[in-house]
Design a protein around this ligand. Sequence first.
Ligand code: PBG
Length: 332
Amino acid sequence: MTHQNPFQSSVRLRRIRKSKNIRDMVTETQLSVKNLIWPVFILEGHNRKEEVKSLPGVFKYSLDLLLKEVKKASELGLPGLALFPVIPENKKDTQASESANPDGLMPQAIREIKKHNPELCLFTDVAMDPYSSDGHDGLVDDGKILNDETLPILAKMALVQAQAGADFIAPSDMMDHRIGYIRQYLDKNGYTNTGLLSYSAKYASAFYGPFRDALDSNPKSGDKKTYQMNPANSTEALEEVTQDLSEGADIVMVKPALSYLDIIQKVSENFDRPVAAYNVSGEYAMLKLLAQQGLAQERDIVLESLTAIKRAGAQIIFTYFAKDVAEWLKDK
Ligand code: PBG
């Protein structure tokens, strides 16, 4: 059956979608395992593996078991990890003192992982919340989050991680001036080659719920809106990035990712520096649940989502799907 199309145009955009080979040839954005960083949760003790209930398929591991998973991740070609320690309640206090312990869970994990996988790039989280009995990223005084008083605590935490062998310190706390303060402190102590990945545009998002569940790090009172950004703002994100780069950040991050693709794009277009994005816990859960309900193919929605994050302009993507994706991309 032929139909006379009265519209006169020789342009037919479907020609480049005709076959898989031509579609592959004209693909603009190619997601690679090399773009992916796998965030991991570390438990104290031995032989422990616990699923995070709100994140089906994501586990917290004690270091001995984690090392086995890390070896697999490295064999799959993943270039790096983001480390998050699960600190028991009895080691938390208002000052996050445990974060400065050179023999604490985090520095121990950094040393061990580096010893066995020197090539893996380790990004280590700096913020008070995993260690704080208040569950906030900064010091709390009478309900207020103190900025300048928090900086030395963050800097000590960063130094302990750098001494243990972290490649990039990743401050996720959103205090003002923390990048400059930490940079100077690391330099003064001889760690001029330890990098800084700043969570520059980190929003006060409702998508962090499952992560706080995993770490048991919900704020005990109030919320994080006096330090994390208002989801309604975008020019402010550029201001945050400008500030962090001027203070010495090597890589800047936008977080979350999927509801903030416009921010990722703006940051990547406005600055000639590497941009990272964090595909956060709530985004993982959202996709996972859709797949578990049989409403989408997991592989398809995950690859589509991560490709979108890269298309927006992020070269580095933190994602709990990292190992799955590495498996899927193996035969590509
Ligand atoms: C805390 C921190 C959070 C995440 C990473 N670092 C949570 C928060 O700000 O409350 C969230 C990551 C995720 O949801 O996957 N400094």
